[in-house]
Design a protein around this ligand. Sequence first.
Ligand code: IPD
Ligand code: CA
Ligand code: CA
Ligand code: CA
Length: 274
Amino acid sequence: MTEFDVETVFAVALKAVKDAGEIIKEAFYKKKAVVTKSCDVDLVTETDQAVEKMLISRIKENFPNHMFIGEESVAAGEKCDLTDEPTWIVDPVDGTMNFVHSFPHSCISLAVLYRKDIHVGIIYNPTLEQMYTAKLGQGAFLNGKPIRVSEETELGKSLVIAEFGTNRDPQKMESVLKNITALMNKVHGLRAMGSAALNMSSVASGGSDCYFEYGIHVWDIAAGTLIVREAGGVCIDTEGGPLDLMSRRMICASSEKLALQIIPLLTQLKLERD
Ligand code: IPD
Ligand code: CA
Ligand code: CA
Ligand code: CA
């Protein structure tokens, strides 16, 4: 088994994410060359690829034995193999649609797992210079200051994020609309801002109270899961059981009490695993 020193890994990860953030900043307000993937709204740009390439080369330089799962390196339909080895899970640009439109709500999301536990989570919105970080058992931070989830436990007073996602499968779209309809009059406000990782950062820092989505991938939620939990919140399966990072669905909230008020209102969806 490869050795794992969380402080060294965190330091390398933080520097790599900051440096990669410069690539996003440089490109942010320029016109982007966009390529579509599974459908017209599933996008990738040169920046997604350049950020992922930089992160891979930093990992290889510093930790040649570590494993890597990155959104733009996984072929369509390919299964991710999560082992007990140190594994870096990267979404180079989470919120590519926002990035393409220069809507300043996209980020780099990076998690490092060891023996399948998330030990490091980093989410960086370079445009707004917001760096969310967490190490297992050591709390969650925004730009170095501790963050905490909200104390809201009542659904009627909660700001809830319900994303649409990029999957245009009719069954998926129908369930998204059903969930929005079911929640609309029961919550204080509903939002969809187009970045799974920043949604989780917002729950972690008390800016919203809950976020759920069907269709997400492990690279969308791995870093955010640690950050939300270290900030005092919960990340669980949309039916209420323990979260399986590969199951493509998740609900996170400031408390289990709040998540359990939303779960019975949801139309459940099972997706092909990562
Ligand atoms: C997407 C964003 C979006 C979420 C999708 C993700 P990408 O990630 O996080 O908010 O609804 O499910 O795929 O493609 O911009 O990295
Ligand atoms: Ca994508
Ligand atoms: Ca993503
Ligand atoms: Ca992405």
